[in-house]
Design a protein around this ligand. Sequence first.
Ligand code: OOG
Ligand code: NI
Length: 468
Amino acid sequence: MPAQDFVSPDQIRARFSAAMSLMYKQEVPLYGTLLALVSEVNRQVMTQRPEVAQALRWTGEVERLDQERHGAIRVGTAAELSTIGRLFAVMGMQPVGYYDLSPAGVPVHSTAFRPVHEQSLHISPFRVFTSLLRLELIDDPALRELARSILDKRQIFTSRALELIEQSERDGGLNDEDANEFVAQALHTFRWHHEATVTAQEYQRLHDQHRLIADVVAFKGPHINHLTPRTLDIDAIQLGMPAQGIPPKAVIEGPPTRRHPILLRQTSFKALQESIDFRDAAGSHTARFGEIEQRGAALTPKGRQLYDQLLDAAREALGGVPAESNADRYMSLLAETFRAFPDDLGQMREQGLAYFRYFPTEKGLAASEHPASLDALIQAGHVHFEALVYEDFLPVSAAGIFQSNLGDDGQAEYGSNANRDAFEDALGQRVQDELALYAESERRSLVACAEALGLPGLEAFTGHHITH
Ligand code: OOG
Ligand code: NI
């Protein structure tokens, strides 16, 4: 088949993301309520804060905002993880970053499958936080064996999905009809199943060890457990949720409210109980929940270090894990601590705290002569810059989301068990370094800017945090 007949992976991902959203709306009606709230708040922000709307127009985020979603799944075996990696590759999603959740008492490690190029992100920014259960962290050998034997028996992919993955790998793509069939087949892997693969008693044993273990092991597949829209004002959402009958978790994860948001802020609401048919009896399980996020600037290693340091300081000052009882105090400690992080794009740029995108202005394009440095070009109004949006996740926040949805019933202790090599072995490929991706994206924007202005190598006189 000639390559021109192939649907681009970006288009397959856009179709898949839309199909997933439709499926989740049917499975979890509250998700539809949440989408309506998010789109109303986003509309308000766009009209009430023209500077925010303007920035989103510069970066093109305004065009992707409405469809922007991330989901999350948890798989049980190395074979499942590596095939999921191949399935996502058909839709142009690569594993980016390594997250160890074991210090937070969650026996998984994770990556985010997502598009990596800004043009692909612009077409469809769909991403999936994907966790692998770590049976080796279960200390009860009999239970570990039970879990392993149950997982070894299941097949989470339809045979047609597997065929189409192979076909795409062999031929280098899928045509329109095959792409549509692939989307429909792939969707089955993420569906909710009311029937469990285990007896009620087996479920209880798995659950008693850790609720997450039951969630991964007892079902036919890795049901999507949330699908998260992106808001421009998470504080407004957090305030507006109770009126819609959606009680949010006590604190918003991530950095505090800022004029110029950084990284990622997230809130969620608890899963509803779902009735389950165990092999021998009826019962229930809570699996799915809702989450909302607000995205801000991607930080350089220096900025990220400052973020981590300030977050630690706020948590230390709180003297415990943020929860219902100390939520107000935590939010005010956070705001206080983060005063040390400049809330001004110019300062963030000068101090090398964030990544940026650069654009030639009309004035710059019309000018016959340009100043010689990037700073001077900016000063002269020939070049405009905006923060590069953070496309990834945060381990401390992810742990908070996991915990608030797993319930408060006793936190497990797993210590710190980061093992990126073992994760990559299971995945069958290396995970990409998100910082390198941001640096490349920034560099591409500088090169394009230099080209548009007819300047030789604008990248040569940029900041210290540009890597080549
Ligand atoms: C994933 C939780 C992490 C996020 O947005 O940080 C996450 C899960 O519960 O499987 O989705
Ligand atoms: Ni999430």
